[in-house]
Structure formats: structure tokens, C-alpha cells
Ligand binder design. Structure first.
Ligand code: SF4
Length: 119
């Protein structure tokens, strides 16, 4: 998902387009030379215990990451309704309520559409 959903300037990679270095059954064929954006990135599923097994990106069809007070969710456009399904929508609303209490928010991207989740 992180090699597909986000845009990556250093690679000239648009959003929702699989990186040219990502090869099925091999992974990143440019791993040793991958740019800093790839080296430094860890999604919330890897770092945040609040995301249970159901958030594994291949299962959820979503990629979640934090930037300061903002939690961003990129949804695979091939599964554009995934974030509105259980258990995801309920968790997103709960996180939005928690974030709002400290001035933060939860944003969902589905292709070119963007939504602010209400808690
Ligand atoms: S360079 Fe490698 S790690 Fe970075 S997006 Fe492409 S395939 Fe993924």
C-alpha cells in the first residue's frame, strides 16, 4: 500500500499508482537505493498499538499515518467504501473524537476525494 497509494515526489510517483520499483513477489527492487521518503516512513499500523490486526493494510485496503495532530487515511480506490464499513468507520469516528479534543482531526483520502471524519 505504501508503494502504491501515496504520491512520492522523489520518485515522480503519482498517488494510486504502483511504484515502478515494486515488483510482484520480489518487493522493492531498488531497496538499497530507495529515497529517504521510503526509508524514513512507517505507517501507523507498524507503530501505533491502537491499530489492531484488522488494520493490516492488505486486509483493510487502507494506509494510515500521523502528521502532528492529523491522522491521515489513504483508501485503496479499488475498495473505496472500505473506510465506511465496520469496524473501520467506528474506530475512525472514535479517533476523530479523541483528536478533536486536542485540536486534531482525521482525514480520509479516496482518490481525489477528501473527507474529514466527524467524531
Ligand atoms: S522505491 Fe521501493 S520502497 Fe519506495 S515506493 Fe518504490 S518500491 Fe516502495
Amino acid at each position: 500500500m505504501c508503494c502504491d497509494l501515496p504520491d512520492i515526489d522523489e520518485l515522480d510517483k503519482p498517488a494510486n499508482t504502483l511504484c515502478r520499483h515494486c515488483v510482484r513477489d520480489e518487493g522493492c527492487i531498488a531497496y538499497a537505493a530507495r529515497p529517504a521518503t521510503c526509508r524514513d516512513f512507517l505507517c501507523a499500523w507498524r507503530t501505533d498499538v491502537a491499530l489492531g490486526a484488522e488494520w493490516e493494510p492488505r486486509l483493510s485496503h487502507m494506509m494510515v499515518y500521523r502528521q502532528g495532530d492529523q491522522l491521515t487515511v489513504l483508501v485503496d480506490p479499488r475498495h473505496q467504501g472500505a473506510w465506511r464499513e465496520a469496524p473501520y468507520q467506528g474506530q475512525l469516528r472514535a479517533w476523530a473524537a479523541q483528536a478533536a479534543a486536542i485540536g486534531g482531526y482525521v482525514i480520509v483520502w479516496v482518490g481525489d476525494e477528501v473527507f474529514k471524519v466527524e467524531g
